[in-house]
Every structure is written in C-alpha cells, then in structure tokens.
Design a protein around this ligand. Structure first.
Ligand SMILES: Nc1ncnc2c1ncn2[C@@H]1O[C@H](COP(=O)(O)OP(=O)(O)OP(=O)(O)O)[C@@H](O)[C@H]1O
Ligand SMILES: [Mg+2]
Length: 291
C-alpha cells in the first residue's frame, strides 16, 4: 500500500497526506507532558513514550498511531526526531491565533515513522503568549486547533515548554477535554522539582475552577533518578502524593546520543538496553490508562 505521505527531499521528514490516511476507530487520547521546571526531561520522556507507544499493536492488529505536538518554541523535540524544515515558517501558533494565511493544521504534520508523526515547533510559537494576552478563550485555542487531527491518532503527546503560562494552560486544557488522557508530570528526585510540582498542582486546581474542567492527573515519572540520600528522601515524598508513579529513568548516555543522532532510542540502542525497557514499561502503563 502506498504510504500516506507527501514525498520529501532526501534528509527531510515527509509530510503526512491526510487525504490518504485512514482514521482510527476512536478519537485520540491527549496527554500533556509538563513541568515548569526546565531541563527535567519532559522532551526525552515525550520522545521515549511516543517511540514505544507507536510500536504497540492494538487488538485490531494495527499499530497505535501517535502524534507528537512540539509545543515548546525551542523545538527540542522536533530537532531530536530529525525535523529539518524551515523553523521560520509559520506553524501551529498561527493556527491558534487564526492568522490570515495560516496553513490548515493538517498541512503541518510530518511522519517520523509510519505510525509516529509530529507537529513541529516553529519560531512563531515564541510570540504566542504575548499575542494570546487579552484574547477571548485563550486557553482553549490549542484544543480547537487539534480538532481536525483527533480522528487520526490513538494518542497525542504534547511536549510543553518549561513555563506555567498560557501555552501550558492550553496543553492542560486540551488534555482535560478528552475523555482519555491527562497530565503526565516529569520530575527529578530533588527539592526544586517537589516545589515546582506542588505549584503545578495548585495551577491545575485553579484552571479546573476557572475553566470548569476536570484535569486527570495520569501520574509522575522520575527522570535522571539516582539513589543518593536526597533522591531517596524525595522519592518517598513523591510516592506519598495522591497520583500514580509511572516509572524511573536513570541517567543514560544513549538517550542523549539518540537525540543527537535524530534517532528514536528503539532504533539507536539494543532492545536489552535498560532505558528501552523503562520507556517500554512507561508506554505499557500509559496505554493501559488510555486504551
Ligand atoms: N535520563 C537521561 N539520561 C541522560 N540524559 C538525559 C536524560 N534525560 C534527559 N537528558 C538530557 O538532559 C537534557 C534535558 O532533557 P530534556 O530536554 O528532555 O528536558 P526538558 O524538561 O524537556 O527541558 P526544557 O525544560 O528545556 O524543555 C537534554 O540534553 C537531554 O538529552
Ligand atoms: Mg523540553
């Protein structure tokens, strides 16, 4: 069968041709991978989770189809899966802002593999927050923009920027509006992560009140986890929180190397590499929650 993609020059990811793409049976679960603290591992966790989810097989024999939404203007996820398109082009932010001449969202999606696609970040995302100020329904913009894509994916993973501003509010709102999915929090086992985590929970509570939604908390995933005295102390504190633990990833050099090589960890490292196993287990738990 012909691939549902628009042919791309060598070295560039092909664009997805939605006219040729078969819809999935149910609408996508939406998961916002978030934590306003920078550098904790949101992007690598999103990348690893999408990699592994997209290799799972559904009861109907088809693969789980996954869309990454790179919602961080820095484009770290896009970079790490080989998006080499012109970052200066207009993208998702222009759709959210309903700019004249904005391309339909279905023209902004690229295929990393047959079952794993990406809506990449563009530089226009840098201006999103300032342009959203004062706009009516500003937290609902991403949710609305994703509507045409919901029928084509089993899971949509939004990689948030390290911020608690309107961009993250949009991601959390989109996750809350679906009957499956929610917020997945990435932390490190230390005091700063714990403080930020508590602030994030407060922010979610306030969003629930002001936007009249219920935000499902899928759980927390500890990245760069160690067994130091400090890590042990905060592991115990996170484990006492009223939301599930989704796993722990140690520091692993091949995670960074795979990002640098624009490759998915499954393709870069041996299946018995322990980090592959941790992401597999994460995907298994997440799939059990959203299937
Ligand atoms: N488990 C790990 N082992 C080794 N390196 C890691 C691991 N997790 C993340 N890194 C590296 O740490 C850096 C930060 O990770 P990442 O970009 O995923 O964090 P982030 O939370 O998305 O950051 P930001 O807040 O800037 O978006 C990257 O260079 C990444 O490759
Ligand atoms: Mg990131």
């Amino acid at each position: 069968m012909a691939q549902p993609v628009v042919t791309a020059p060598a070295g560039e990811l092909p664009r997805v041709d939605f006219a040729q793409l078969e819809p999935v049976e149910d609408e996508a679960a939406v998961i916002a991978v978030t934590m306003q603290k920078g550098g904790v591992g949101k992007t690598e966790t999103t990348k690893g989770l999408g990699d592994k989810l997209s290799r799972r097989v559904k009861p109907n024999g088809k693969k789980v189809r996954v869309l990454y939404v790179d919602f961080d203007p820095n484009g770290t996820l896009s970079d790490g899966v080989g998006v080499s398109e012109d970052l200066a082009a207009t993208g998702l932010a222009s759709v959210l802002l309903e700019k004249d001449g904005a391309a339909p969202v279905t023209e902004l999606v690229y295929a990393v593999t047959e079952d794993l696609h990406i809506l990449p970040a563009r530089l226009d995302l840098f201006k999103l927050k300032s342009e959203l100020v004062g706009m009516r329904g500003r937290e609902r913009r991403l949710w609305l923009a994703l509507q045409p894509l919901l029928h084509y994916y089993d899971a949509i993973l939004i990689d948030c920027e390290p911020d608690l501003g309107s961009g993250t509010d949009n991601a959390i709102y989109a996750a809350a509006k679906r009957k499956r999915g929610g917020v997945l929090v990435v932390v490190m086992l230390d005091g700063p992560s714990m403080r930020c985590f508590e602030t994030l929970l407060d922010q979610i509570e306030s969003l629930e009140m002001t936007l009249d939604v219920r935000v499902p908390l899928m759980g927390w995933f500890a990245n760069q986890a160690t067994d130091t005295k400090v890590a042990k102390k905060y592991r115990a504190e996170f484990e006492a929180m009223p939301l599930p633990k989704l796993g722990e990833m140690p520091v692993r050099s091949k995670i960074k190397e795979a990002w640098d090589a624009d490759m998915l960890l499954t393709d870069y490292a041996s299946p018995v590499y322990d980090a592959n196993y941790v992401y597999d287990e994460l995907a298994k738990k997440v799939w059990e929650m959203i299937a």
